[in-house]
Design a protein around this ligand. Sequence first.
Ligand code: C2O
Length: 484
Amino acid sequence: MNNRFTRRRFLATAGVAGATVLGSSIFNLESVWAAPVMRRNLGGMAASDPVLVSYRKAIKAMKALPTSNPLSWNYQAAIHRTTLPGSYTAWNTCEHGTHLFWCWHRMYLYWFERIVRKMSGDPGWALPYWDYHNASQRTLPAPFRDPTSELYVADPNRGSGWNSGSASFPASYVDPSAGMADLDYFSAQTDIEQVPHNVVHGALGGWMGSVPTAAQDPVFYVHHSNIDRYWNLWLAQGGGRHDPLSDATWKNHTSTFFDETGKAVHMTCCDVLRCAEQLNYTYEGEPPEVKEYCLRIIFPWWWLVVQVLIHWPGPPVELGEREVTVPIDIAQLRERIPALLQSKNERLVIELDNVVADRAPGVVWEVYLGAPPNTPLTSESPHFLGVMTLFAAGVREHAHGEFKPEHFTFRANRALEASLRTKQEKLPLVFVPTGPLIDGKPSHPKVQSPVRIGAINVAIARQEERKDNPIVPERPPQEPKQPK
Ligand code: C2O
């Protein structure tokens, strides 16, 4: 429906603007559009939908170009990461486990979308998003499973079960609620990067499961469209949530991409704060855009302070094929926990630090705290902390430049509250290896590479309003214009 609306508006506008505009460059029309294009929900979109037809057409045309052409499929994928030899401008520049995860991928999609518009000849095209959190969209969308389609990638470059439609995400793999609940930007970004972002990559496996090949699969872009949408949805919740406008690194880092003419373009996060206003797109069903500006001074600024209470003294923990249990002795904390559970701005967390693997592990671990022996471990249990896997950070094979181990922070209030009632002295912290559901039932994929956890802490995480550090404009006092 929205696409038809977009098209009708486009035609009407083209009529007003005159044939000369169409004759010279259809992309000039962007400047005469009144309203942004809409990135639609992929759910229920038929394979014959113009959005998917144009996407296919563009992929075909992009694949026909030589790798050295910035508009080619290979070049675009290589901007993310690649195993191809050669070093072209902007190759291998994706940002993971850094301050720039959300904003770098937003820019990447934006320029990719413009190139698809050009290569499909569909000037109103917008990238759809895969809303896998919705229970009806947990399998790979059908149009991506048709072997005759450009949207298809054959096994084993997709993990088993996805192309047949038998594999699906368990609800816990695609639950963005931990990130959504965070107040400070960097915590939210990290939590969303881990779940659902990394876990979706890991569960899909194949090309998507590994950073250097991920962007070769057309499903990459509809996955990231959804991750990008979460940035807007997170902000729209209010409650003190803001972009990190006092962070100079975040504001000033310049990233390079290519426009649809093949010309290099440069951007900072300040250029991508407002999708509708600066980038001319919205998401189907999203609330009104929150307008953040790099030069506006905003107080208060939330940040997260973590204080370690218990440091698990054992040797590093290795996660492999089997369930692993680590006993956490909370004796010295027992007295304090009830008061901490009442606290408004503090919460108890379990931290896993220095988490590393040689390669992508190919498995997602469910993590539980304090479940008494012989109780069933399911994600409905109050002892369930969340899921974890490694995608970029922590994977040695993927390190480009400096290697960064992964770090996890699980909210633990609910599990500790339930655990106090069980009177156990040591709380079992349990890691259960899992895979996607196959025909609705749990699967147990092979562990491709064991994961080592260097340190485990019980800690307090405190949201603090930061009133110091006045925000000084880092750029000349003018708002960046919409990139052209
Ligand atoms: Cu840059 Cu989903 O990865």
